[in-house]
Design a protein around this ligand. Sequence first.
Ligand SMILES: C[S@@+](CC[C@H](N)C(=O)[O-])C[C@H]1O[C@@H](n2cnc3c(N)ncnc32)[C@H](O)[C@@H]1O
Length: 299
Amino acid sequence: MDFTPSQASQRQSLRQTNRVGSLGFSKVKQLIQRIAFKRQAQGSVALVGSGPGDAGLLTVRALQLMQDAEVVLYDYLVSDEILELVNSKAELVCVGKKAGFHSVPQEQTNQLLVDFAIAGKRVVRLKGGDPFIFGRGGEELEVLAAAGVSFQVVPGITAAAGATAYAGIPLTHRNYAQSAMFITGHLKGERDDLEWATLARGNQTLVIYMGLMKSSHIQKQLIAHGRDANTPIAIVEKGTHRDQRVFTGKLSQLADLAEGAESPALIVVGEVVTLANKLAWYQAESQQECVELDVASGV
Ligand SMILES: C[S@@+](CC[C@H](N)C(=O)[O-])C[C@H]1O[C@@H](n2cnc3c(N)ncnc32)[C@H](O)[C@@H]1O
C-alpha cells in the first residue's frame, strides 16, 4: 500500500505512540504484576471473568492473577482447560450452581470470599464469561465492599460475544440488526416482567442466556408480540469449547430445537443468524456440527 508523505509521517508517529503506549509485553507484564501484588499484599479478591470456555480467550491479566492466586473459587462454567492454568499450589474451591448438582448457596460463597481475604490470601473468584453479565459479580462485590475487603475486577468475554463469534453470527450487521439485547430466560414460572413487545422488535438481535428450559414460553411470547415465526434462530451449545454445537432453525421451531440441546447454551434470535451458514469458521473437535431442524421431515 502506498502512502503520501504526510500519511507516512502520521503512521510513523502512530507507531512511536503505540510503542510508548503499548510499552512492550514484558513491561505490560510488570505493570500487571505490580497491580496484582499491591492489591493483594493484605489479602484481597480478584473477580475474574474466564470467558466462555476456550482458554485462548482469557485476558493476560486473568491468566497472571490465576497463576499468582493462593485460593481460587470457581463455578461449573469455568472450563477444565482454564482450571488447568491455575497455580498448581492454589487451593481450588468449587462453588458452582447447577441443576441436579451439589450447589453452594450464594451466602456461603460470599462468606468464603470474605474469610479467605481476611485471612490474608490472594483470592481469585473465577467466573465463566464476564462476571458482571448474569454472573452475580455485583452481588459478591457488594458483600466484599461492606466487609472492607479490597478487590479488583477483570472483565471476561461474555458468552453472547464469544459463542456467537465462534458460530459465525455477528451480533449486529448493517443489513440485519442495528441493536442487540441480552436477556436471561431464567424466568420465575410462566409469568415474567419482560417487555415482550420491545424484545420482539425487528432489526435487532436477541440473545437469551439460560433460556433452554423456557424456550416454549419464549417462542410463544415473541411470536404473540409480533416477531415473525420465520425469524432465523440459533442455539449455540458449549460455545467456543472443543465440542461446541450449533443448532439453527426458525423461531417457530425454537422449543423443538431446544429439546436436543444441552446446557450451557445460548439462544440467538434474529436475521443475523442466516450468516452462520457463510461465516461459520470454527471447527469444533472433529468438525463443527451444525444441526438444522427439519420439522416437516421429522428429522
Ligand atoms: C449464569 S449465566 C453466566 C453468564 C456469564 N457470566 C457470561 O458472561 O457469559 C450462565 C448462562 O450463560 C450462557 N453460557 C455461558 N457459557 C456459555 C457457552 N460457552 N456457550 C453457550 N452459552 C453459554 C448459558 O446460557 C448459561 O446458561
